[in-house]
Design a protein around this ligand. Structure first.
Ligand code: GP9
Ligand code: MN
Length: 406
C-alpha cells in the first residue's frame, strides 16, 4: 500500500495548480452555503415552455454570479450521493455501486472536515430519511457536526410531494435553522422536489408541462420551475435574515434528470437528434457561485472553462483562503490560470476544450463529427490514471496512511 500511495501522491502533486492570487482568500471567514439541486441539467437554463422561462430566477442570477456553462456531473450509480462525494473529497465515486454505502468507514479529508478544522460549524441539511444513501453513517466519516434530516423539519399538511418535503418549506425552515448556527458555518442543502417521477401539486405548477408522449419529460420542466421558485425564495430569506452578505453561495446540479431512455422526447424538445456526442453535452449541469459584494457588483461573469464536480473542493478552499497544496485530490481550482480544460466522467468518457471521447469514439466539438481516435489518445491515458488512482485510494482506504500538512 505504501508504494501505491507514493505513486498516487507523485501524480497528484505533479498536477497541482497555483490559485489565482486575486481570488485566493477573497471569501476568507465567510459562511459557505452549498445547494445540491436535484436532477438539474444545464439545458434548462434559458429554455422556455410556451414562451415562459423554465428557470427565470436562475437565468436572472447569472449576472450576479460566476456561472459555469461547461461544467459536468461525474456521478455513477450513487447519484446524489456521488455528487456529494465528489464535492467533499475531490475523488471520483466508484464505477459500480455507491461509495456512500460501500466505503462509509474509510478515512476522508472532506471539505467539511477541513472547514471544521478551521473554525467552521458544519451541517448537512436534507429533509429525507437520514439513512437514505447511508448518509447518517457517511456524514460521520465526512466529519459533519450535524445532519438535519426529515425528523428535524416540521412537515405540515400539503408540504410534501413525491419523495418528501417540498423545496419551498425546506428552504424556509433551513434558513431559520441556519440563523441559529454558530458562524462561520458550512451548510449543504439538498433539494428534492425535482426528482423523478417529477410529481407536483396543481398549486405548485408555475408553467405548463411540455407536450410529447413522454410524461416524464413533460413533467420535468414543471418541477425544475418549482425548484427555481424555491431558490428565488431562499435567496430572499437569506437576505432577510442577514445571512447573504457574509456568505458565499454555490449551487450545482447533481446529475441528469432525463436519462437516455427519453431521447425521443428530448429530441422533440431540443429540435435535434440526440447523438452520442449530444448525450455527453447533456451531462452538463449548472454551476453558480455567488460571492456577495463581488459577483453581484458587476464582477460576475460566464466562465466556459471545461470543469466538473471534482474541481469544486479545491476551488472553494482557495476562495476561502485555505491552501490545499498537499491534499490528495483529483480536481483543480477552476479559477487557476493553469486549470486544464479536461474533465473525466465516471464511465471513462472525457471532454476537453476541443474534443469529446465517448463510447470509444473521438469527436471534434466544433463539427460534432467523429475524428481520428488518435486525437483523443493523449487524454485517454490520463483519464484512466485518474480513475484508477482514485479507485485505489478508496478500495485501499489509503488516506489512513497519508498525512497532509497544509
Ligand atoms: C434522496 C435524494 C435523491 O435523499 O438525494 O436521490 P437520487 O435518487 O437522486 O440519488
Ligand atoms: Mn439526485
Amino acid at each position: 500500500d505504501g508504494s501505491k500511495l507514493a505513486d498516487i501522491q507523485n501524480y497528484v502533486m505533479a498536477n497541482k495548480t497555483e490559485p489565482d492570487p486575486e481570488l485566493f482568500g477573497i471569501a476568507k471567514g465567510r459562511n459557505l452555503i452549498i445547494v445540491s439541486m436535484e436532477s438539474m441539467q444545464g439545458f434548462v437554463i434559458h429554455s422556455k415552455i410556451n414562451g415562459k422561462e423554465v428557470t427565470p430566477f436562475l437565468n436572472s442570477l447569472i449576472k450576479d454570479s460566476y456561472y459555469f456553462d461547461h461544467f459536468y456531473h461525474q456521478t455513477g450509480q450513487g447519484k446524489t450521493s456521488d455528487a456529494e462525494f465528489l464535492i467533499e473529497n475531490s475523488l471520483f465515486p466508484l464505477g459500480r455501486g455507491a461509495v456512500f454505502f460501500t466505503h462509509s468507514g474509510n478515512q476522508y479529508e472532506s471539505l467539511a472536515k477541513r472547514l471544521g478544522q478551521n473554525g467552521y460549524y458544519t451541517a448537512a441539511m436534507h429533509a429525507n430519511n437520514k439513512s437514505f444513501w447511508n448518509r447518517d453513517l457517511m456524514y460521520k466519516s465526512l466529519d459533519y457536526n450535524r445532519y438535519y434530516s426529515s425528523v428535524d423539519y416540521k412537515i405540515r399538511d400539503g408540504e410534501t410531494v413525491g419523495w418528501g418535503m417540498k423545496d419551498i418549506p425546506f428552504f424556509a425552515q433551513s434558513t431559520e435553522m441556519m440563523q441559529k448556527m454558530p458562524q462561520p458555518f458550512y451548510t449543504k442543502l439538498i433539494t428534492l422536489t425535482n426528482h423523478h417521477p417529477f410529481k407536483l401539486d396543481p398549486e405548485d405548477r408555475y408553467i405548463d408541462e411540455f407536450t410529447s408522449n413522454d410524461g416524464t419529460v413533460n413533467r420535468y420542466f414543471t418541477t425544475v420551475r418549482y425548484t427555481d421558485e424555491a431558490l428565488k425564495q431562499f435567496f430572499a430569506y437569506l437576505k432577510e435574515k442577514g445571512l447573504y452578505e457574509n456568505s458565499i453561495i454555490l449551487l450545482y446540479g447533481d446529475h441528469y434528470g432525463i436519462s437516455e431512455n427519453h431521447n425521443a422526447a428530448m429530441a422533440q424538445f431540443l429540435g435535434e437528434e440526440i447523438t452520442p456526442f449530444k448525450t455527453i453535452q447533456l451531462q452538463r449541469v449548472p454551476l453558480f457561485l455567488i460571492i456577495p459584494g463581488v459577483t453581484d457588483m458587476g464582477r460576475g461573469k460566464i466562465i466556459s472553462k471545461v470543469s466538473g464536480q471534482i474541481d469544486i473542493r479545491p476551488t472553494l478552499l482557495h476562495l476561502l483562503g485555505l491552501p490545499e497544496k498537499n491534499d490528495m485530490e483529483f480536481g483543480t481550482d477552476i479559477f487557476s490560470k493553469e486549470h486544464e480544460d479536461f474533465v473525466v466522467l465516471r464511465n471513462g468518457s472525457f471532454i476537453t476544450d476541443k474534443l469529446i471521447y465517448a463510447n470509444s469514439h473521438c469527436y471534434e466539438k466544433n463539427t460534432e463529427l467523429q475524428v481520428d481516435p488518435v486525437l483523443c489518445d493523449p487524454y485517454k491515458e490520463s483519464a484512466k490514471t485518474q480513475l484508477d488512482y482514485s479507485d485505489q485510494i478508496i478500495y485501499g482506504d489509503l488516506l489512513r496512511f497519508y498525512h497532509s500538512s497544509n
